[in-house]
Each structure stands twice: as structure tokens, then as C-alpha cells.
Design a protein around this ligand. Structure first.
Ligand code: PRP
Ligand code: URA
Length: 209
């Protein structure tokens, strides 16, 4: 499928399996989410532009390349997206971080925005929206919609586990937004949880249940 990138790297797949295991503790879960996000950052940033510079090595002048100063921002969807921020920042310490707070109304399953704080220059930045789970796609689609309303144009969406329903919804609502994930699961259950998934990502990250 166009605009869908599934990372099948062995290290990522191994860590996703550990994340799925219900015996994984909150501490381990948090570490694993961060590690997978860091590994995924490597691919998500593959198209960053480079510029040529010269540096003096102890031996000679080297013509070499560095990032061309592209401006970047990470926007985790609260709460669970927070777990992916540190891992990404390990590789991209220059990125700014905005936050969007959304929760799924338990009855309608529709996303409700309760917080939004973006970098002042968000419209000039390439944005990666972070959320471990893409289930119905309601939260991701709403978050991307809120960013677009505020003038942001270049948006990528990065999650750990995606359901086909969520992928279809995000692609339909925002065909310009590429989706990066580590696994595409089978389906949603009656409570819109991903099957087999990993359970409630926020609760497992923060130990709230
Ligand atoms: C989870 C998850 C996503 C959303 C995905 O958050 O982190 O944001 O559900 O579901 P959707 O694709 O059907 O919208 P939740 O609403 O449970 O909030 P939390 O992060 O505060 O736990
Ligand atoms: N949100 C989660 O945290 N897990 C799911 O499986 C679906 C939505």
C-alpha cells in the first residue's frame, strides 16, 4: 500500500514481541517503547536533506555531509505518545516537541481534544506525530487535522502497531500523510482494541491499571 511503511527489522520485531507479552513489566514496557521509537527514527529520517561541508581531520581535509538544517518537530499524542519521545530525541536532539492531548470517548469512541501546545514556528517544521497505537484511526486523524488547521503541512505519522481500519481511515482522511509502523495487526475487537495488539498502551506505559 502506498504511503505505508512497515519496519520488519529483526531488532524492531523482537522488541515488539516483548511489548505484546502481558508479563512485560511497566518498566520494561517503557524502555522497549523508547528503544523501538529510536530504531524507527532511523528510517523515518531517511529522507532528510544533507549538505556538503569540509572538516579538517588529523590527516587531511574531508569533504563530508551533515544535515542541511531541516527543522523538525515531534508531536506525541497524549498520553501514550509520550513514551516514544525520548527514543526519538536520542537520535534527533535538535527536534522541538509539541503536544496534543486527545482521549477516546469511551462511548462514542470519538477523539476529544483537551490540550494542544506546539512550537511557535510549527508551520515551518516537518512534523512527526507519535502514538503507539493506530486502532480506529480517530485519534490520529483528529491530531493531524488539528495540526493542519494550525497551518502545518509536512506531517508523518509514526506508531508501533496499526490495525487495518486505522490505516484506511488515516489514508482516507489525510492521503498526504505517510504512516510508519512496526506491525499491522489483524483487526479490532468490539471495544476497538487492536487484536492481538498489546493492550492499552497508556496504561501499560504509566502503570495505571
Ligand atoms: C489510545 C492510543 C491512541 C488511541 C488509538 O489512547 O494511545 O491515542 O487510543 O485509538 P484510535 O485509533 O481508535 O483513536 P487513549 O485514548 O486510550 O488515551 P491514553 O493515551 O490517554 O491512554
Ligand atoms: N488504544 C490502545 O492503547 N490500545 C488499543 O489496542 C487500541 C487503542
Amino acid at each position: 500500500m502506498d504511503n505505508l511503511f512497515v519496519f520488519d527489522h529483526p531488532l524492531i520485531q523482537h522488541k515488539i514481541s516483548l511489548l505484546r507479552d502481558k508479563r512485560t513489566t511497566t518498566k520494561e514496557f517503557r524502555e522497549l517503547v523508547s528503544e523501538v521509537a529510536m530504531l524507527m527514527a532511523y528510517e523515518v529520517t531517511r529522507d532528510l536533506p544533507l549538505k556538503e561541508i569540509e572538516v579538517e581531520t588529523p590527516v587531511a581535509i574531508a569533504k563530508t555531509r551533515v544535515l542541511a538544517g531541516k527543522k523538525f518537530a515531534l508531536v506525541p499524542i497524549l498520553r501514550a505518545g509520550l513514551g516514544m519521545v525520548d527514543g526519538m530525541l536520542n537520535l534527533m536532539p535538535m527536534a522541538k516537541v509539541g503536544h496534543i492531548g486527545l482521549y477516546r470517548d469511551p462511548v462514542t469512541l470519538e477523539p476529544v481534544e483537551y490540550y494542544c501546545k506546539l512550537p511557535d514556528d510549527a508551520v515551518e517544521r516537518d512534523i512527526v506525530v507519535l502514538d503507539p497505537m493506530l486502532a480506529t484511526g480517530g485519534s490520529a486523524s483528529a491530531a493531524v487535522g488539528f495540526l493542519k488547521q494550525r497551518g502545518v503541512k509536512n506531517i508523518k505519522f509514526m506508531c508501533l502497531i496499526a490495525a487495518p481500519t486505522g490505516i484506511e481511515r488515516l489514508h482516507r482522511d489525510h492521503p498526504d500523510v505517510p504512516i510508519f509502523c512496526a506491525a499491522v495487526d489483524e483487526r479490532l475487537n468490539d471495544h476497538a482494541y487492536i487484536v492481538p495488539g498489546l493492550g492499552d498502551a497508556g496504561d501499560r506505559l504509566f502503570g495505571t491499571k
